[in-house]
Design a protein around this ligand. Structure first.
Ligand SMILES: O=C(O)CCC(=O)C(=O)O
Ligand SMILES: [Fe+2]
Length: 315
């Protein structure tokens, strides 16, 4: 695997898109989405529906959250691995993260902020995260509708769209305080359906291409990084790519990011539609439950496996 190249991720403009799938703009955007997700599993989405003030207040709120004492942050617990507080790992000492499960259900961001700021909550934080995530979930839905349509699988549209809920995760990467580049987050693939990322002005996210080059993902003031996870890779029977990515840190400033993760609901069985299984595309994975797969992935055997989903349910 080479060091970072000067290649760029594809950029796709969603800013003038109408929610009408019969328009030429929809068709051409859909073709770009499909091509980018097949080749890179990732693209930069220009999406200006979220006002700059909301983007800023979201990042400001995240900074306040990470400034809380460790003991407070540790109250963020979950039954699912990697859905609550994560940090203090010797392998990635710069990294710390918290999660809000099912973040778009009513009251979830409020109860999270009441847990973190027990005195009187933090309504500004809660409202920013809630409206930011809600507006960003429109982009998640558009991308997924486009994928499903581009595969000619409209008959599965409702089932697919209803099969997920949203996890919001926020990350802080401490500045290494040196000219030397340090690992912020280990190279991994996401395990969910679609991930959408926003960051403060500090860069560091890198995405691995199919031919082994690291591309720096440098979103601008009105764009987000959209990425495919392994559950969508499996559902599309390998038509889309789920890329490895990592965070590399340099310099003096901490990096903050927020990810909106669409995640298959617990108990929902991910199964590639039969239309996508043919001689040229034999079935890659037997039907599986995402949450049960996560338990395997974070077990010792899962962590040792170079291809955990294949080891878990490869066909
Ligand atoms: O901080 C980022 O931009 C990436 C975070 C990430 O890859 C993850 O949480 O899975
Ligand atoms: Fe990731």
């Amino acid at each position: 695997m080479g060091s970072e190249s000067c290649m760029k991720l594809p950029v796709i403009d969603f800013s003038n898109l109408k929610q009408d799938s019969s328009t030429p703009t929809w068709a051409s955007t859909k073709a770009q989405v499909r091509a980018a997700l097949e080749e890179y599993g990732c693209f930069e989405a220009v999406f200006d529906q979220i006002p700059p003030t909301l983007r800023q207040s979201t990042i400001d709120g995240i900074k306040q959250l990470f400034d809380l004492p460790l003991q407070t942050k540790l109250r963020n617990r979950s039954n699912k691995p990697y859905h609550g507080y994560v940090g203090q790992y010797p392998m990635v000492p710069l990294y710390e993260s918290l999660g809000i499960e099912d973040a778009l259900s009513p009251g979830k961001t409020d109860s999270f902020s009441n847990l973190m700021w027990p005195e009187d909550g933090n309504p500004t934080f809660s409202k920013s995260i809630e409206s930011f995530s809600e507006q960003l979930s429109e982009l998640d839905k558009v991308v997924r509708r486009m994928v499903v349509e581009s595969l000619g699988l409209e008959k599965y549209m409702d089932e697919h769209m209803e099969s997920t809920d949203y996890l919001v995760r926020v990350q802080k990467y401490d500045a290494p305080q040196s000219a030397e580049t340090k690992l912020g987050l280990t190279s991994h693939t996401d395990k969910n359906i679609v991930t959408i990322l926003h960051q403060n002005e500090v860069e560091g996210l890198e995405v691995l291409t199919r031919d082994g080059q690291w591309i720096a993902a440098d979103p601008s003031h009105n764009s987000f990084i959209v990425m495919i996870g392994e559950s969508f890779f499996a559902w599309t029977n390998g038509r889309l790519h789920a890329p490895y990515h990592r965070v590399m840190m340099t310099g003096e400033e901490a990096r903050y990011s927020i990810g909106l993760f669409s995640i298959p609901k617990s108990g929902y069985i991910i199964k590639a539609p039969e239309e996508l299984v043919e001689d040229e595309h034999p079935l890659l994975f037997n039907p599986f439950d995402h949450v049960e797969f996560l338990d395997f992935y974070y077990s010792e055997a899962g962590q040792r496996s170079p291809a955990a989903l294949k080891a878990y349910c490869g066909a």
